[in-house]
Design a protein around this ligand. Structure first.
Ligand code: KG4
Ligand code: ZN
Length: 366
């Protein structure tokens, strides 16, 4: 569909029922190589994620050069798989959306170059996407994916309502954002030190759990007492910021104390008490922001939004509707990139093939 037609359809439709389009999404910002095709920003026709977790587990975290080299090996087969599984050709698509940043530079360039090659070869427009915006649009996606072209029969849940208070919690970011309309973001606050996911990963390492730490802590916490240790909560009153370094240091101090006394580490209790401290602050500040800004709904997105305790706390404590993507869409995937790509596409974004990756790209400058 032409730009002029797309904007005409939007102008004349007060409900913002945007024109139809199919977008291929490509994601390589960290340690997941992913490709997906999404219809109308909401229906996943195919989504493939190749995780490098096993490769990085031996280093206890993501090793950037290993990540980019693995993306190089995986990106082509992953995109081919996405096209084959959907029974679609590039000609059936309307645009190619790719994560432009933030993320690891050497990883981002692999997806970017793949997307540029596809755009050049097919003549389809290229759309660079902010990874944090992609996490947000994961909440618009229908789950599970729809196979074999039955998209027309899908009963979609209502899309999130603006104004939204959004908590983005991932391995690299923890931000509170007010979204008043499509593509309009106001950053209210962010972490001053570690991201929530980073704190999960570091504490997991301290107490001898593997990488990635978030899922490992969640499992260990299931058998523990969340009140066993009174770890600190940094409320940073009068701001919408977060801090997790004091909590991380408190866990480290406790671990060292127990080790000096040659006591076995109560891993389940440490994990449960740490998780409770993180969840309490994330939930408390998000709910307060929702009230302060008159939000219609709360949205939680990013890898840490897969955390069961966090999900349960936000759902239980919020008096307004809560939208948290299904677990499969919380961690990095390309369906969310294609979804964000759709909303950028219908708002007219087309990028040059000369765009560079932006490893430190803030959401508010998209
Ligand atoms: O969004 P994501 O996949 O990648 C980034 O953009 O960073 O987030 C990864 C982060 C990791 O720190 C991981 O430990 C955390 O999300 N994570 C979790 C859970 N699943 C993944 N944290 C807590 N509980 C979980 N269930
Ligand atoms: Zn992410």
């Amino acid at each position: 569909m032409s730009d002029a037609l797309a904007s005409k359809a939007m102008e004349t439709n007060p409900l913002k029922q945007f024109p139809p389009a199919r977008i291929l999404g490509v994601e390589t910002s960290c340690d997941e190589t992913a490709a997906a095709i999404v219809e109308n920003g909401r229906i996943i026709l195919t989504s493939t994620v190749a995780s490098q977790v096993d490769l990085h587990a031996q280093f206890g975290g993501v090793f950037p050069e290993v990540a980019s080299r693995q993306h190089i090996r995986t990106i082509f087969p992953i995109v081919e798989t996405a096209l084959q599984q959907s029974h679609l050709e590039l000609d059936d698509l309307d645009a190619i959306a790719v994560t432009r940043g933030p993320g690891l530079p050497g990883s981002l360039v692999v997806g970017m170059n793949m997307a540029k090659g596809l755009a050049l070869g097919s003549g389809l427009p290229l759309i660079g996407i902010n990874h944090l915006e992609a996490h947000i649009f994961s909440a618009w996606l229908h789950w599970p994916p729809v196979v074999n072209g039955a998209a027309g029969n899908v009963e979609l849940k209502p899309a999130p309502h603006f104004p939204l208070i959004i908590l983005i919690v991932s391995g690299g970011h923890t931000e509170l954002v007010l979204m008043e309309d499509f593509l309009r973001y106001q950053r209210l606050g962010a972490t001053l030190d570690d991201a929530a996911g980073e704190a999960f990963d570091k504490v997991a390492r301290m107490i001898g759990l593997g990488y990635p730490g978030g899922p490992a802590i969640q499992i260990a916490a299931d058998g523990g007492n969340p009140r066993a240790f009174a770890f600190p909560r940094a409320w940073l009153e009068d701001t919408w910021n977060f801090s997790f370094s004091g909590l991380k240091t408190a866990v480290l101090r406790e671990v060292r104390r127990l080790q000096e006394q040659q006591q076995p580490l109560p891993i389940a209790d440490l994990a449960a008490s740490f998780q409770e401290a993180v969840v309490e602050v994330l939930t408390g500040k998000t709910l307060r922001a929702a009230e302060a800004f008159g939000a219609a709904e709360i949205l939680v997105a990013g890898g840490v939004s897969a955390n069961r305790a966090l999900r349960a706390a936000v759902y239980a404590q919020s008096s307004i509707p809560v939208n948290i993507p299904p677990i499969d869409l919380c961690t990095d995937n390309a369906a969310m990139v294609a979804a964000a790509g759709y909303y950028r596409f219908v708002h007219g974004q087309r990028d040059s093939l000369a765009i560079d990756v932006q490893p430190n790209w803030p959401l508010t400058e998209v």
